[in-house]
Design a protein around this ligand. Structure first.
Ligand code: ZN
Length: 372
């Protein structure tokens, strides 16, 4: 069945008043004179999402479906449920649950591209809010991960033992290697990015600026390496708590289409302020900020529609903000069938009103959510 949407179409480089005709894929885009104020954007893509609506990826199949539904209502049409550093058996169980949801997706739900394995291959000295179960990426563990065939992104601290062989195996398998939770210096990070590229892989950075050494004049650190290497992408949690708006502007000017927004949302997203848990640890949510008892930030309660509004508030145009929540992630993840409004791409849409609030969400040419 063919549908039509009319409004201000957010193309990669401009707004086009017009109509989109589509079934499961976009069949035609036509510029017309219309006063319809609604904005039509490509569906959002979140590559780092632990939870929402009370559910967490580590809780298994039903929870993954629940958090996916929650984030879909905020415009996210492609999701990578993300694990946290826990004992290895728990991590494997969670990955198997993601694989199960990939095999049996909800008929009315977002696309589950695969899992993001965040931990345990992280530095015990830069855990952030990750529980203390970090281990090195030994060849047997990497083989176990690859055998599940559901992991699309692995967060890796490149200074760990076995990191070199892990990079080679993961890159050759097409898994994105996201440098993060690391005490690596500038040179080590640059070396890791080059090694990833040499093996035919694609390098990313896990929540740029967070859980990595800061930028200093004489110690440029991993942040500078990720921002300045032309081949590397990086995630950013732009809830304005994890990253200052000026740091967002710095990164987006340097990185342009290599910067991608993620939420790093935890189970408290969409829940009232109060106590919650992350990776088995008690956390407190207060006024949109999640903290461990020691004061460390512990994931976010962000959604990508709010991240898009934050970007626009802090100077991005709507096409630029659309890149940050959709097309940049699509390019990073190799999802050439989505991430932009172009004839032939999948019909995943987000409809926003004048205030950039969600009105409708479409997945695969089907309206999956409508705000009433
Ligand atoms: Zn995370």
């Amino acid at each position: 069945m063919t549908h039509t949407l009319t409004g201000q179409i957010v193309l990669p480089d401009r707004l086009l008043p017009g109509t989109i005709r589509f079934d499961s894929h976009i069949r035609e885009i036509e510029g017309i004179t219309t006063k319809e104020p609604l904005y039509i954007l490509p569906g959002f893509i979140d590559g780092h999402i632990h939870g929402g609506d009370g559910a967490d990826t580590m809780d298994g199949v039903a929870a993954i479906r629940q958090l996916a539904q929650y984030h879909m209502r905020h415009g996210t049409t492609t999701i990578l449920p993300t694990t946290i550093t826990r004992p290895w058996e728990d991590v494997i169980l969670a990955l198997k649950a993601v694989a199960e949801v990939m095999k049996t997706p909800d008929p009315i739900g977002p696309r589950i591209h695969g899992a993001h394995l965040e931990g345990p291959f992280v530095s015990p000295h830069k855990l952030g809010a990750q529980p203390p179960f970090a281990i090195p990426p030994s060849p047997d563990k990497i083989a176990e991960v690859l055998a599940l065939d559901c992991v699309r992104v692995v967060t890796l601290a490149p200074e760990l033992d076995h990191a070199e062989s892990a990079i080679e195996s993961l890159a050759k398998a097409g898994v994105r290697i996201s440098i993060g939770h690391t005490i690596a210096d500038y040179e080590t990070t640059l070396g890791a990015i080059s090694a990833i590229c040499t093996c035919g892989g694609i390098a990313g950075g896990t929540h740029l600026f967070n859980a990595m050494s800061p930028v200093e004049g004489r110690k440029p650190g991993p942040v500078t390496a990720l921002m300045c290497h032309d081949a590397s992408y990086a995630e950013m949690i732009f809830d304005t708590h994890h990253v200052h708006p000026a740091s967002f502007r710095l990164a987006s000017r340097l990185m342009r289409n290599r910067l991608l927004f993620v939420t790093d949302a935890m189970r408290g997203a969409g829940q009232p302020d109060g106590p919650s848990t992350l990776g088995g640890q008690d956390v407190l949510i207060s006024e949109g900020v999640v903290r461990l008892p020691n004061g460390s930030l512990a994931g976010s309660v962000l959604t990508l529609d709010q991240a898009l509004r934050n970007a626009v508030t802090h100077g991005a145009s709507l096409p630029e903000a659309s890149h940050l929540v959709s097309s940049n992630a699509a390019t990073y993840l190799g999802l050439t069938d989505r991430g932009a409004l172009e004839v032939g791409r999948l019909s995943d849409f987000v409809i926003l009103d004048r205030d950039l609030m969600i009105r409708e969400v479409w997945v695969n040419g089907q309206k999956t959510h409508q705000c009433v």
